[in-house]
Write a protein that binds this ligand. Structure first.
Ligand code: SAM
Length: 396
């Protein structure tokens, strides 16, 4: 347990890379016996620089911060490595990026909890841990592929950054997140949105996610947004409404989703072609049931691998994602139109992670064609749409 044990399908998110994985830092064992850790993510404030001409992100450890305590960043305890040596967080590099010269924030500065500090226990936590700009997330470390949702991925941080940079867009909205994993992006979204349906599969993962929602009540309650953790499997045709399922949907929730949702979010969910097909079918089905146009935001990270099939380094999962995107855009079902665009990554960084060039954010706008709109209006807004059986993102 004190060492990361790599099995043939073990994966470790870069977000957790270089973090100690030792038993004394874990907060608990999950119901399936996996060590659970806690990381804290600080949401940085965006401030105007002295000249007032451009927004500039205040980076906690940039040279500009002479007085850390005064700036509110000095309250973190120093990180110690396994031997008790100081684990030095390096300064962000001074190179400026293309979008206006703000500091590049390189290292991921998370702080794992030490159970001695009561981080796993709500009631005993220190006030500092309830700061409104700190999101606390329980997660596991290296996991088999089937449990990747229990780690935090860079795509979740990128998408959360985008949402934080567009508060007016998301304020008061009803939002659906697919493949939400630990729930970080949904939690961030609910600081602006009215309701976020935070969905994924697997009881243990959904429980972890639900726990994270509870751990962040100090952020959610003042904002008034709700996060509802629900099961939504891209490989199933309908939402689970079994009355006795812990993460099932009620009829009212299904109606609220279809009537009011205007955004769908998905972070780092395209890494397996069959799942990507299921995801795109789900997107199509959901939009067909929505009463409103919807904007879908999908973040991803291109991961390059050597492919024996191509005898070259390539990103097959990304290629398949692009194929599905273009199929969706070309789809002509006489009812919906899907417009696809790449979102420029020039929005500020509110969370600390390395915004590497392999990260991308895609926006799909799903809108009803005018003829379908008037048909629906004359029909009392009741959609009869079913996904066309021929729609299959895997076909050429
Ligand atoms: C790489 S993780 C990303 C998690 C989270 N969005 C993040 O970025 O930190 C992929 C997520 O897709 C979810 N997923 C995989 N298959 C799924 C399915 N059939 N239906 C719904 N979610 C699925 C996984 O459980 C996992 O949470």
């Amino acid at each position: 347990m004190d060492q990361i044990t790599f099995q043939h399908d073990t994966v470790l998110s870069d977000v957790h890379m270089h973090r100690p994985n030792t038993r004394h830092l874990m907060t608990r064992l999950s119901a399936v016996g996996q060590p659970v850790f806690m990381s804290r993510f600080r949401i940085l404030a965006e401030v105007r620089d002295e000249g007032g001409c451009e927004d500039k992100l205040r980076s906690p450890r940039s040279d500009d911060d002479d007085d850390d305590d005064e700036e509110g960043y000095g309250d973190e305890e120093p990180l110690l490595d396994e031997d008790g040596d100081l684990d030095v967080a390096h300064r962000p590099r001074k190179d400026s990026v293309d979008d206006g010269g703000r500091d590049l924030v390189c290292p991921i500065i998370l702080q794992q909890s030490d159970p001695e500090q009561h981080d796993g226990d709500d009631e005993d936590d220190e006030d500092a841990h309830f700061s409104k700009d700190i999101i606390r997330i329980e997660h596991t470390m290296a996991t088999p592929l089937q449990d990747v949702g229990k780690q935090v991925w860079r795509g979740a941080l990128l998408l959360a950054d985008f949402i934080l940079s567009e508060p007016d867009l998301f304020r008061g909205a009803t939002v659906l997140e697919l493949g939400a994993g630990t729930g970080l992006t949904s939690i961030v979204t609910a600081t602006m949105a009215k309701t976020v349906y935070c969905t994924d599969v697997g009881e243990d993962l959904l429980r972890l996610c639900n726990r994270n929602v509870c751990l962040n009540k100090h952020i959610l309650e003042p904002a008034g947004g709700k996060v509802k953790v629900k099961r939504l499997d891209w490989l199933q045709h309908s939402l689970c409404t079994d009355a006795d399922g812990e993460f099932s949907w009620t009829e009212e929730e299904v109606a609220d989703l279809y009537d009011n949702a205007s955004f769908i979010l998905a972070a780092d969910v395209c890494y397996d072609d069959d799942l990507t097909d299921g995801l795109f079918r789900t997107l199509y089905r959901l939009c067909s049931s929505f009463r409103h146009a919807a904007a879908i935001f999908i973040s991803l990270e291109k991961r390059m691998n050597f492919s024996l099939r191509h005898m070259d380094v390539c990103c097959e999962a990304y290629n398949h994602f692009m194929h599905c995107l273009s199929q969706l855009q070309d789809l002509q079902d006489g009812r919906w139109r899907f417009m696809v665009e790449l979102v420029p990554l020039n929005f500020p960084q509110f969370l600390l992670y390395e915004r590497i060039e392999q990260l991308e954010l895609w926006k799909i706008t799903a809108s009803l064609l005018p003829s379908e709109r008037s048909r629906l209006d004359s029909n009392g807004g009741c959609s009869q749409n079913q996904p066309p059986s021929r729609f299959d993102p895997t076909t050429e």
